[in-house]
Design a protein around this ligand. Structure first.
Ligand SMILES: [Fe+2]
Length: 294
């Protein structure tokens, strides 16, 4: 049964940030990776008020309840992902939009059932109350953080996706730029002066053959915003061992160790071909945009 994908609900207030913003992609029930990214944010001096998780706190890995608890305890802002939407509405499926009859879909049934047994009513209420979008201003740029895309909570757009599709999504948002998660790979695109950032995922590696976790940093400067994609090592062996001990799909446990996704067929051809090629941390200067917001 398909879960209902409801209209994303945005926060009402426009947040104004006066310093760097940390973006955490899907924690995916990976407690070790989530704690590593939260610790990195604290070491950078970024307060929880300026930290945004783009949703899917729960997915493939071994610690759904503890990961949700860690995110909630940290006090960071969280956008509703398709998994929070699914658990928050007691849906039968995770809403990840994997192809029917794919291994990813079969695996999702397993990890979603595991997570569903762990996530209690209080956590489900918290998930159901999350905003579908968080609007904020950084420097002079008006941004919005969503899970997949402004038009659909589980729409995956990639670095190789047609520019017109990305442009249309940004235009639909009414903002200067869009910050996302969901697709699981870190990248930044500037198209016609507008920004699209995918933070990647905290809880799964970037299919680049390394076990690193990723986060993004948005730093305002005199010209605009610098977007950085940063990688971290963490105790991925512990995270993988816990997945095996709890009977979760082996493909994702192995992915934590090898850095390679078990289901590359869900990726576009360009990203699939790039699997196993180590990503380098990247900084993109998005500047000279005064006309957009002035
Ligand atoms: Fe998602």
């Amino acid at each position: 049964m398909a879960i209902p994908i409801t209209e994303a609900r945005a926060n009402v207030e426009e947040l104004n940030f006066d310093g760097p913003v940390l973006i955490i992609g899907g924690p995916y029930s990976n407690l070790e990776a989530t704690e590593a990214v939260l610790t990195a944010g604290a070491a950078l001096g970024i307060p929880p008020e300026r930290t945004i998780c783009t949703g899917d706190t729960v997915a493939y890995c071994a610690d759904p309840a503890a990961t949700v608890a860690a995110i909630r305890a940290a006090g960071v802002r969280v956008v509703m992902g398709n998994v929070e939407q699914a658990l928050g509405t007691n849906a039968e499926e995770c809403g990840c939009d994997f192809p029917a009859d794919s291994t990813a879909k079969a695996d999702a049934r397993r990890w979603y059932a595991f997570a569903g047994a762990e996530i209690d009513a209080d956590a489900r209420r918290w998930m159901a109350a999350l905003p579908g979008a968080i609007r904020f201003t950084l420097g002079r740029r008006r941004l919005v953080a969503v899970h997949g895309a402004p038009s659909r909570i589980n729409r995956a757009l990639f670095a190789s996706s047609p520019a017109a599709e990305v442009t249309a999504e940004i235009a639909a948002s009414g903002r200067d730029g869009v910050i996302t998660g969901h697709c699981g790979l870190p990248f930044t695109r500037v198209i016609d002066g507008r920004l699209w950032v995918s933070a990647g995922a905290a809880g799964m590696p970037a299919n680049d053959g390394t076990p690193r976790t990723w986060f993004a940093l948005l730093t305002p400067d005199a010209d605009g915003i610098v977007v950085e994609h940063r990688a971290l090592g963490y105790d991925h062996q512990r995270a993988a061992a816990k997945m095996r001990a709890r009977g979760l799909p082996e493909g994702y446990a192995r992915a934590l160790e090898t850095g390679l996704w078990p289901n590359p067929d869900t990726l576009p051809a360009v990203e699939k071909a790039g699997g196993g090629i180590a990503l380098a941390p990247e900084a993109v200067a998005w500047g000279n945009q005064a006309a957009l917001s002035g």
